[in-house]
Write a protein that binds this ligand. Structure first.
Ligand code: ADP
Length: 732
């Protein structure tokens, strides 16, 4: 043993023939581990290459050992390598050729590997003597030809490799449609055939059968297999997705609940998704019981779950049953599918696969809720919706649309002919034409029409629709709404009638007011004239005073009638704009006021007109408004003021005229300012008027599309501002 590490390099070439392939195989192992996808095939192939590496290392160390005992010692250490090349080759060929049933069968696997352990144990134990011979070129070589067990050992290894070769060649021959797979398997097949043949001839046929000396080339030749396989796997990208994915990894990463329940009603597997769901990390070593996972949301869920398991135990698969469970994260809903798990023709448990449909259910119930809202809205507003697929001539109506036509929802199947049938005979042609026109134009449309309800009753509907066009611009679908407007149209008619009636009454009233006021004024004017004449001839002061009182009363009455006439004129007459000469207009108004009212002379009235822009509006209305404002400014002047005045300022522009009537009179308390424009409002004891003046002013300004505002301070005065639009454009 002490000579184990004493080497002689006399036969260096023989050493290199084994050592160089060993290095190549070491490189291949690294390549397989780092660059090829990890799965069972590559795992077994990596192990096989590792064995080849050690086998070649053994050969190279034996060859340079200085005596047989040292070579034997190396062989004992590494004999596992050549012992297991046989079963590993077979295992690889079975996996590669997709003989999964054999690969998954434990007895078969045991049968395949066990002899290797037995033979190796006997060999290592020197159960029979080992015969190493020295050859000048090769160094020390084990001939394996002296003992029956030794021979059996070698036959067994050879048989395994031969079986692997056959399987690979048959597989390669059987591939029809996948060219690259065929090439790949062929390359692997050839890769294993070459060393197999060399091995069979050099190490089985020559020494064991022909009695010659073994030529130790098999291990070196096996490099041909490992190299060819790596090239084939890399070049032809062999793996199908199923080969690439490790099932365990797949199950753990699926966003789907996967678990299995045993025959004894025990949870025996669940994937990461389930762990996440019940809020337990995989790393926690806590045992998870079925009760922790299957927390049924309701008794129905418990029943459905149990039934699924029972069916599975009875050997039947079940598809898509809804099941809800409570988790720390809330209630989740799943679509469960189950299938029996069989082992040796016996059901060992049930596999549950659940797809999370919680979000889907939530959306579904939201859609349902929205649908019910829409349905309710349609019912309340008597609006129905419809859709018509022109290609199949089939229509869909909302429930309300059926009801509008007097039918039960879904009572009949709809097509265009049926739709036309329900129209009023007098409107049928018009409706059909409207629809055909819409199809032709491809544009939205709307129309009013009459329909005949199921009971024969007539109704008025308002329909609106749009046309959907395909990619080529060809209409293929129509959709829209139809509203029952029978009640509305009845009400509308009634309203129109009432409106007409009201207008008539109004006009009559206006005419009446006008003619009465007019008729009243005529005798009043005569009375005023007579009183004036009588007053001149009366010398008795008492009688004169009485006549003054009579005159004042008649003047007030006349004012009142004038106010009413103004109001009536304002509402009755259309606006006839005419050019306004503000200077002249103001002079006339002021003159007439001063003529009629002797007190007016105490108030200094001034005017300021700015802007030369031509201005037009309804002259009569402007006169009424100005007259009233100036009259008030004089009437409500402050008796204590030293210098009472009424100042009229007008600024004319193309847009309109800003008119200000300002006084330093008694003013209006703030609380009453909003009220002065009301009808018959009189805010002061000094008011001898009708309380109609400012009301008429506001009505007039509104009629002229203008605005009026007021600013006032009690004891200091008031300022009325009007803005009247310029209607010069209309005149022109
Ligand atoms: P009347 O003058 O006939 O009473 P108006 O409608 O013209 O009716 O005016 C309503 C009220 O507004 C008047 O009673 C008065 O109290 C107040 N008023 C109107 N103009 C002025 C003003 N320039 N200064 C103070 N008070 C005014």
């Amino acid at each position: 043993m002490h000579d184990l590490f004493h080497f002689s390099f006399q036969n260096g070439l023989g050493f290199l023939i084994a050592f160089v392939p060993a290095l190549i195989n070491l490189g291949l192992i690294c390549y397989i581990v780092f660059f090829l996808p990890r799965n069972k095939i590559t795992n077994v192939f990596a192990l096989l290459t590792l064995c080849l590496f050690f086998w070649q290392i053994t050969d190279s160390l034996e060859r340079i050992s200085i005596h047989a005992a040292a070579a034997d010692a190396w062989d004992i250490i590494f004999c596992f390598s050549w012992s297991f090349v046989g079963p590993l080759s077979l295992h690889f060929s079975l996996l590669y050729s997709k003989r999964t049933r054999l690969c998954n069968s434990r007895p078969f696997m045991v049968l395949m590997y066990l002899p290797g352990f037995l033979f190796m144990a006997l060999y290592r134990d020197h159960f029979y003597p080992h015969h190493f011979k020295y050859f000048p070129f090769w160094g020390w070589i084990n001939g394996h030809n002296e003992n029956i067990i030794d021979r059996l050992f070698i036959y067994w290894v050879a048989l395994m490799v031969l079986a692997a070769t056959t399987i690979l060649l048959l597989y390669s021959r059987g591939i029809r449609h996948n060219r690259s797979l065929r090439k790949q398997s062929f390359l692997i097949g050839i890769g294993i055939t070459v060393p197999t043949l060399i091995g069979l001839v050099s190490q089985v046929l020559v020494p064991l059968i022909l009695g010659g000396h073994a030529i130790p080339l098999t291990s070196t030749a096996m490099t041909f297999f490992s190299l060819a396989t790596v090239v084939a796997l890399t070049r032809y990208n062999l793996f199908s997705p199923a080969d690439l994915v490790n099932y365990e990894t797949l199950l753990e990463n699926l966003p789907v609940m996967v678990f299995s329940i045993s025959r004894e009603w025990r949870l025996n597997y669940m994937n990461q998704f389930c762990y996440n769901l019940i809020g337990i990390g995989r790393k926690e070593s806590r045992r998870v019981h079925l009760s922790m996972l299957a927390r049924h949301h309701s008794p129905e869920d418990r029943k459905a779950f149990r039934l699924a398991w029972e069916l599975g135990m009875g050997g039947r698969a079940m598809d898509m049953v809804e099941w809800s469970m409570d988790t720390p994260k809330g209630t989740f809903c799943f679509l469960l599918s189950t299938s029996p798990i069989t082992n040796n023709h016996q059901v060992a448990g049930v596999l549950f696969v659940g797809r999370d449909i919680t979000a889907l259910k939530r959306t579904q119930s939201l859609v349902k809720y929205k649908e019910s809202l829409l349905e309710e809205a349609q019912r309340i507003s008597h609006v129905g919706s419809w859709e018509w697929d022109m290609r199949t001539d089939s229509g869909t109506w909302s429930d309300e649309l059926y009801r509008i036509h007097g039918y039960e929802p879904g009572e009949f199947r709809l097509n265009f002919e049926k739709f036309l049938e329900m129209q009023h005979p007098a409107d049928k042609a018009r409706v059909e034409a409207a629809v055909r026109q819409a199809i032709k134009d491809g544009k939205p449309f709307s129309y009013h029409s009459r329909i005949i309800r199921k009971g024969g009753e007539e109704a008025l509907v308002f329909s609106k629709g749009s046309v959907s066009l395909d990619q080529n611009g060809v209409p293929y679908r129509m959709w829209g709404t139809r509203q029952d407007v029978t009640e509305w149209s009845k009400k509308e008619q009634l309203l129109e009638e009432q409106n007409r009636e009201l207008q008539k009454i109004n006009q009559e009233l206006d005419r009446f007011v006008y003619s009465v006021s007019h008729d009243l004024r005529a005798p009043l004017t005569s009375i005023m004239g007579l009183v004036a004449i009588s007053r001149e001839n009366v010398e008795d002061p008492d009688q004169a005073q009485r006549l003054d009182l009579v005159q004042g009363s008649i003047e007030r009455l006349d004012h009142f009638i004038q106010d009413i006439l103004n109001y009536s004129r304002n509402s009755r007459l259309e606006i006839a704009p005419e050019r306004i000469d503000f200077k002249k207009l103001l002079e006339e108004i002021i003159e007439s006021i001063q003529f009629a009212n002797s007190a007016a002379k105490k108030v200094r009235v001034t005017t300021e007109i700015e802007g030369q822009t031509p201005f037009a509006t309804s002259k009569s209305r402007l006169t009424i408004a100005l007259n009233n404002l100036i009259c008030n400014a004089i009437r409500y002047s402050n008796p204590e003021a030293r210098n009472p005045y009424a100042r009229i300022r007008i600024l004319v522009s193309t847009e309109g005229a800003d008119i200000q009537v300002q006084d330093n009179g008694i003013g209006i308390p703030e609380g009453l300012q909003g009220k002065v424009f009301e009808m018959f409002y009189r805010g002061s004891e000094r008011s001898t008027g009708s309380g109609l003046g400012l009301y008429i002013v506001r009505e007039t300004v509104q009629k002229l599309k203008g605005e009026i505002s007021l600013e006032s301070r009690p004891g200091q005065g008031s300022c009325f501002r009007m803005r009247i639009p310029n209607l010069m454009g209309v005149v022109a």
